[in-house]
Design a protein around this ligand. Structure first.
Ligand code: SF4
Length: 292
């Protein structure tokens, strides 16, 4: 039988991850920049408009001067799709060596990227609060897929917005009305803490651990990319309107622009449950991807 396997060196993975971390922290994704610009055109409040102008100027300065968009360069979160016919090797050129460790390769990339890009190291022990010093370990979600490629999606997740995220187990009878009520309460309660305008990722269904993962992954869909499910598209639009009616505004100082987008991802759930996770992302929604 012919061996269809392709080999890739762990060093190539680390290099690509390092570059991804730096690039994503300096450049606001195009869809987010466009959403901020459109929000600025709609915004009527003077203070809110001024803040949106400052966010746009900040993004321009960061890109022009190779500076991080925000001082909080985040916990490094990865969604990785590893082709079943791709072998990672420890040899420098990928031609030989023992089998490589994808987790170690990604963490090495984070270590290099956060050092080379002068990005803040924000990871510590939960009790001693001692900083690990290199922004590792990253949070890595790995999936095996058909093929010989490696797709790595990176998100720099700031603490301010992550702290405002919540998970709950609703009663099934609460339905869409209960979901809306919970989300609106969370956004109102969060106020300026997650640095609005925010993006709201919702994970609906699954179970207690899957719902937050769905919510996090939902945040990776571009704001200008419609939800493939028309019923969810309508729900996202309805909730976006309701959130912006709250008047929290940019940085929580009032205005029409509280939220740039609501992104929903669902999964089937137990007949007795309606799991709901709200993962809030700030305006500095930094993410990027690489295909190897
Ligand atoms: S919530 Fe976002 S914009 Fe605010 S400090 Fe954290 S990373 Fe920066």
């Amino acid at each position: 039988m012919m061996n269809n396997c392709r080999t890739l060196s762990v060093n190539a993975v680390s290099e690509a991850v390092a570059a991804l971390c730096v690039e994503a922290n300096l450049h606001l994704p195009k869809d987010v920049a466009t959403a901020l610009e459109l929000a600025r055109q709609r915004e009527t409040g003077a203070l809110a408009s001024g803040i949106l102008d400052q966010l746009a100027a900040n993004a321009q300065i960061a890109a022009a001067q190779c500076l991080p968009l925000c001082q909080d360069t985040g916990l490094a979160v990865f969604f990785v799709e590893l082709g079943r016919d791709l072998r990672l090797a420890n040899g420098a050129d990928g031609a030989g060596g023992a089998d490589g460790d994808i987790y170690a390769a990604i963490n090495e990339g984070v270590r290099r990227g956060y050092a080379e890009g002068f990005l803040r190291k924000s990871v510590c022990d939960p009790f001693s609060r001692a900083n690990t010093g290199d922004n590792t370990p990253a949070v890595i979600h790995l999936r095996l897929v058909p093929g010989r490629s490696l797709r790595i999606v990176y998100m720099a997740k700031g603490g301010g917005s992550e702290n405002m995220s919540r998970v709950t187990m609703l009663a099934p009878a609460e339905g869409w009305e209960g979901i809306k009520r919970f989300v609106l309460e969370r956004v109102r309660e969060a106020g300026g803490n997650p640095c609005p305008p925010i993006i709201v990722g919702l994970g609906i269904g699954g179970n207690f651990e899957l719902a937050p993962l769905l919510a996090k992954e939902a945040l990776l869909r571009c704001l200008d990319e419609p939800n493939p499910q028309p019923d969810l598209r309508d729900k996202e639009a309805e909730l976006l309107e309701l959130i912006n009616d709250l008047g929290v505004g940019p940085m929580g100082l009032g205005g029409r622009t509280t939220c740039l987008g609501v992104l929903i991802k669902t999964a089937p759930c137990h007949i007795a449950s309606l799991p709901l996770a709200v993962n809030i992302q700030c305006h500095s929604a930094r993410h990027g991807e690489v295909l190897l």
